[in-house]
Design a protein around this ligand. Sequence first.
Ligand code: C2E
Ligand code: MG
Ligand code: MG
Length: 313
Amino acid sequence: SIGIAANTKGGEDADELLRNADAAMYAAKSKGKARCELFAIDMHTTVLRRLELQNELQRAVRNQEFTIQYQPIMELKTGGIAKVEALVRWEHPSRGLVPPMDFIPAAEETGLIVDIGRFVLEQACSQVQQWQVQHQGGRALEVGVNVSARQLQDSALARDVAAALERSGLDPQNLTLEITESVLMEDVEATIDRLKELKALGVKLAIDDFGTGYSSLSYLQQFPVDVLKIDRTFVKVIDGTKEDSALVSAIVKLGHTFGLQLVAEGVETADQLAALTAMSCDRAQGYLFARPLWATEMGSFLARGDARRAAAG
Ligand code: C2E
Ligand code: MG
Ligand code: MG
């Protein structure tokens, strides 16, 4: 990423020029890397806002302002709940609930994502272990935890995962780490080593947002993954006609050929659910079943599942 600053006013000194070029370089980075940007005056505001966000995040980690919502993932064959995905939220003291997309990039840049990720792992594992005992009548309840690029590069990740499993007593098989497809493609060789290290702990690995990261299909064989989560953009276009579901159907077949479990993300309509069931997709997640829920709401959701099972005998 390259930032360019010109001596436009004529009066800029070296420091100012460097600062401007730096701001332009950050603009280039945030526009998707590997490009160059000319400095513009509003870039300073962007830089200031970013610094402010980074400071606030530091405080938020100290004050433990993070919390988790859980979204159920349903088994299509049985209609029962098989898993929950842990989704982090920032309870900002004045701005209210901040969604992950608004702070994860800054948390990545500062490295604070490692602390936030550790919190999510610990909290989600012990919460799900507790639910597993209280609900599900002895059936497994799995949990999916998202892992970002920076966490995957950090050698502390495997240690943090092992610690969270041990403290919670959760069976490693019931924990899935979700990694976005584009992240896997960044440094394939190093990534494969990291994934193997994690697999050795007995956890499952999922490729998140599958279909958006342009991964070469040959990597599907090399990555030691267990689950493909089909991105919402592909599921969204399913409206009951054959043509629209052809792509998803092909992904499901491909995934099954590799022995992977298929999960559809962002399922919002009954038509989509019917189409996914017809193509033998294994699991689905989306607003049709439930939005991300607070822990107490998720507890009630699980209790309703218990009651349905009891009624069905
Ligand atoms: P993701 O892992 O792909 O999570 C699914 C996202 O889709 C969630 O957004 C969820 O609320 C949303 N979603 C679920 N069902 C539907 C639906 O039917 N329709 C629509 N329109 N959306 C649906 P959310 O919670 O805003 O999270 C966004 C992303 O932030 C996640 O995408 C994940 O990449 C990242 N993220 C969330 N929690 C964590 C975390 O603890 N650590 C890291 N590193 N990243 C996280
Ligand atoms: Mg995910
Ligand atoms: Mg996703």
